[in-house]
Design a protein around this ligand. Structure first.
Ligand code: SAM
Ligand code: SF4
Length: 323
């Protein structure tokens, strides 16, 4: 699949549910309303969609959300998708808040998942409760320990928030070093209405310059097919990534599209261009209409986002399209 700007689309991110057991302040409003369950694709429909994407050239799938591990029976989808590994699919992975990870780590490894991203913005229990509104740190740390024990490689995603966790970067880097985890710092993106976005926005260029005074950040060619740019931290041997949608626009190398839990395919996190795959999927049991709809989507992939922290780029929250 090649878009109008010559970019190969080989990476599909699927938001398997818009629901979550946390309410992170930068991601969701406190009083979120969720999609009616009747509108959701079934897990079987999601697998059929993924199979079509794999046939058409997708080699990497990431399950996200909302919180993917709160969707009922999600492990059956993950096991089903694991069957495609080595048959067109090269990588199956997920991004999780870790709250349910202790239960599922072993199953994920058995299904063929090799690495996962776990979101963790702070190692301070009180702050953790404040940032996630509904979450508790303990189960997340247990989940990370279980994932390590199951042999999964882990990257920690930390959203950098001024006045919230900007005093913790050194501590998090050192902890990741001791635990053998990579770390990726993320700038907040203006998606959906949330509180205090502008006040907490931090430019990661400044954070990186400050970290470089105390840590040796070696250039690295490491790439995961995502938007992060990596360095190796000499003192720990672990990778440190930066996702900087404002200071460095990663759109020119964008290789991905995003599917919501209702079957809408978004071609860009920060734009409204979309096609309805649910209709095509349900129109017929053969996949001709579905493949045509996917091709229409790829042909409409926009050049890039135009994020501006002072303006909400798209009304949907990150949890709808999947971060
Ligand atoms: N619930 C899972 C989790 O938290 O990892 C998966 C979905 S969550 C939307 C995926 C990632 O997006 C998380 O790392 C989260 O920190 C990040 N995220 C959410 N809202 C964001 C925003 N407005 N700007 C930047 N990153 C955001
Ligand atoms: Fe839930 Fe993830 Fe959004 Fe936090 S970032 S509210 S864990 S979907």
């Amino acid at each position: 699949m090649i878009d109008p700007f010559g970019r190969h689309v080989s990476y599909l991110r699927i938001s398997v549910t818009d629901r979550c057991d946390f309410r992170c302040v930068y991601c969701m409003a406190e009083d979120m309303s969720f999609l009616p369950k009747a509108d959701l694709l079934s897990l079987e429909e999601m697998e059929r969609l993924c199979a079509a994407f794999i046939r058409m050239g997708v080699t990497k799938l990431r399950l996200t959300g909302g919180e993917p591990l709160v969707r009922r029976n999600v492990m059956s989808l993950i096991e089903g998708l694991g069957q495609y590994l080595g048959h067109g699919l090269e990588e199956l992975t997920l991004t999780t808040n870790g709250s349910q990870l202790a239960k599922h780590a072993q199953g994920l490894a058995q299904a063929g998942v090799r690495r996962i991203n776990v979101s963790l913005d702070t190692l301070d229990e009180t702050k953790f409760a404040r940032v996630t509104r509904w979450g508790r740190l303990g189960p997340v740390l247990e989940g990370i320990a279980a994932a390590k024990a199951a042999g999964l490689a882990i990257k920690i995603n930390m959203v950098a928030l001024k006045g919230v966790n900007d005093d913790e970067f050194d501590n998090m880097l050192a902890w990741c070093g001791r635990e053998g985890l990579d770390l990726c710092l993320i700038e907040t993106m203006p998606m959906g209405e949330v509180t205090h976005r502008e006040e907490t926005h931090l430019r990661l260029g400044d954070v990186r310059a400050d970290l470089a005074r105390r840590w040796t950040l070696l250039p690295s060619n490491y790439a995961t097919g995502g938007p992060a740019r990596y360095v190796t931290v000499e003192e720990t041997g672990q990778k440190l990534g930066f996702i900087t949608p404002f200071s460095h626009n990663f759109c020119e190398s964008c290789n991905r599209v995003r599917l919501t839990c209702t079957g809408t395919l978004y071609m860009c996190l920060g734009q409204e261009d979309a096609v309805d795959l649910r209709k095509a999927l349900r129109a017929s049991t053969d996949d001709e209409a579905l493949e045509a709809a996917i091709n229409r989507g790829i042909a409409a992939k926009p050049k890039g986002h135009d994020f501006d922290i002072g303006r909400v780029a798209v009304p949907r929250h990150m949890s709808v399209t999947g971060g």
